[in-house]
Design a protein around this ligand. Structure first.
Ligand SMILES: Nc1ncnc2c1ncn2[C@@H]1O[C@H](COP(=O)(O)OP(=O)(O)OP(=O)(O)O)[C@@H](O)[C@H]1O
Length: 258
């Protein structure tokens, strides 16, 4: 049974006057297995943010289902949603979303505080994570005192400290220079190898080339998928570039497993 199962997902936006409708997502179907590192790519306006918002239980689809560990998150009641997100999902955003008035450590602790965990347990969880993410020396600093790459490490620490079933990352390298972006992708790779399932939306071919699978969205549908198989990062990069060219030039694509 896959960890995430997206079935016949559709999202239509109507404008305020109830007139023209936009089909942001038409019929999206895919699964993510436990322990996978999957990336979603697609041109601007293809429906990636809409999809991610639905997977994050921030928005409801017009129709279709999203099963996380067999539970349909589209049917959660308003009163259940915050706790569900806190207990099951980790989030990493392009702009880090750290609280400037909290130290690095307190930012990382925040979801555990909200879940009612005790300080000794929080410290115990933090230690190995801070060591593996190279932020041990930064814990007392504030977000405005550290670099973008360090902020993103803090955000990843905050996302994984709750041991979520799934991490959703939205353009996690979008605000970083290429060196920091590479380091953040090394961290995602390490976190995934340690067993964490990750689903990342990105415009970056470099970032996507580190994933085990890349799904391409076009016009609100999954247009194509690339599986890493035995490909190196460089070969993945080339396969992704080729697919993006096909997407941009509008040639018909077919589902193809490489
Ligand atoms: N709240 C909304 N109301 C109406 N239309 C919307 C709304 N949000 C998104 N759309 C439309 O839905 C389509 C998909 O948008 P979405 O933001 O999901 O694309 P995207 O792939 O994330 O784009 P980008 O890469 O630029 O972030 C677009 O045509 C967009 O204009």
């Amino acid at each position: 049974m896959p960890l995430l199962n997206v079935e016949h997902l559709k999202k239509t936006y109507s404008n305020r006057l109830g007139g023209a409708q936009v089909q942001a997502i038409r019929d999206v179907n895919f699964t993510v297995e436990q322990g996978e590192f999957a990336a979603i790519m697609g041109e601007s306006g293809s429906g990636k943010t809409t999809l991610l918002n639905i997977l994050a239980a921030l928005d409801k689809p017009t129709s279709g289902s999203v099963f996380l560990n067999m539970r349909d998150i589209t049917t959660l009641r308003e009163s259940e949603i915050s706790a569900f997100r806190r207990d099951n999902l980790g989030f990493v955003f392009q702009d880090f979303n750290l609280l400037d008035t909290f130290s690095v450590q307190d930012n990382i602790f925040l979801p555990l505080v909200l879940a009612g965990k005790k300080y000794p347990e929080m410290r115990q969880r933090l230690e190995p994570i801070a060591a593996s993410l190279g932020i041990k020396e930064l814990l007392e600093k504030f977000p405005y005192e550290i670099s973008g790459g360090q902020k993103q490490r803090t955000a990843i620490a905050r996302a994984i400290i709750t041991q979520p079933q799934l991490i959703l990352a939205d353009e996690p390298t979008g605000a970083l220079d290429s060196r920091s972006a590479g380091q953040i992708m090394d961290i995602f790779t390490g976190v995934n190898r340690a067993g964490q399932t990750v689903l990342m939306v990105t415009h970056s071919t470099q970032a996507a080339s580190r994933a085990g699978r890349v799904l391409f969205i076009k016009d609100g549908q999954v247009f194509h998928q690339i599986y890493r198989g035995s490909q190196t990062d460089d070969q993945m990069y080339q396969s992704i570039s080729d697919t993006l060219t096909v997407l941009a030039t509008g040639r018909e694509g077919e589902e193809r497993n490489v």
